[in-house]
Design a protein around this ligand. Structure first.
Ligand code: SAH
Length: 259
């Protein structure tokens, strides 16, 4: 099949790389990597095997050691030289992706950007565990958050305040402070026996899963030596209680099926 290349080289293409497994990038992201002339990738988190989709002459730059200005200078220079520029970032761009600050600099030079979504790590982690965050009559909401680090949290978004809902939570960027997270979760309202799973490098070959409850998870995570690239998943969705979905219930009629 011959493919028509119609990626606009006047813009920067931001591509979600997916959670790790190199086949979990979208087809569009894959094609962009195949045709890119310049790739600026977030080397601390993305799977470098993704770069094998590029051509041998594609110039690949690891942004891990670059400043915002160095990144945007490179993008601007390359777009102005008529090159197809891909900015490759982990998971999906809409979560902790810092795309806005990059986009604003580009736009001040009259350059736009296009976002190509990716599979976020919270989805990769659920797939790795074979679970759903929304269990009928147990939890129907998912809170995505993080603990404060060098980036402060907005005052109304403490983990303790979210814990009051006792629903499903996926906590990013926080495993290095697992004890602090547990403290906030329990003081906020989750019972100590609430199940927790910490997923390190979901969908990678060296993925590691630690399961426990709020009572013992911190000690287990420390013992496993997990200090980064992990998600803390909390809530009764990880427990044994569940109810069948009404959607497939033989006694339940809906638009597509009569009881
Ligand atoms: N945009 C990304 C998140 C970037 S913030 C996304 O959608 O997933 C970086 C944080 O994401 C890490 O500190 C970790 O909490 C989480 N993370 C990224 N990849 C991960 C993976 N494969 N497994 C578990 N957590 C991951």
């Amino acid at each position: 099949m011959t493919e028509h290349l119609d990626f606009d080289t006047g813009k920067v293409w931001f591509v979600g790389a997916g959670p790790g497994d190199k086949t979990l990038i979208t087809l569009k992201g894959y094609r962009l990597l195949q045709h890119a002339q310049i790739v600026i990738y977030a080397g601390s988190l993305i799977n470098k095997e993704l770069l094998t989709y590029c051509q041998t002459h594609t110039e690949c730059y690891d942004s891990a050691g670059m400043t915002l200005q160095e990144i945007t200078d490179l993008m601007i220079e390359s777009v102005n030289a008529g090159k197809l520029v891909v900015r490759l970032q982990t998971g999906d761009l809409s979560l902790y992706g810092s795309i806005r600050e990059q986009g604003e600099v580009l736009s001040s030079y009259g350059i736009g950007f296009v976002s190509v979504p990716g599979v976020s790590s919270f989805l990769g982690a659920a797939a790795q565990l074979g679970v759903e965050y929304t269990v009928p009559e147990v939890s129907q909401s998912l809170i995505i958050t993080r603990i404060e680090g060098r980036t402060p949290m907005p005052p109304k978004e403490s983990i303790a305040s979210f814990a009051a809902h006792q629903t499903s939570m996926a906590i990013f960027l926080s495993v290095q402070n697992i004890s602090g997270v547990v403290k906030q979760l329990t003081s906020g309202g989750y019972p100590e026996e609430t199940p927790v799973a910490v997923v390190y490098k979901a969908t990678w070959d060296d993925c590691q899963i630690v399961r426990g409850t709020l009572q013992d998870i911190a000690a287990q995570v420390k013992e496993a030596g997990i200090g980064k690239t992990a998600l803390i998943l909390v809530g009764p969705f990880l427990g044994d209680e569940y109810h069948y979905s009404k959607l497939y219930d033989a006694g339940f009629s809906h638009e597509y099926r009569q009881a």
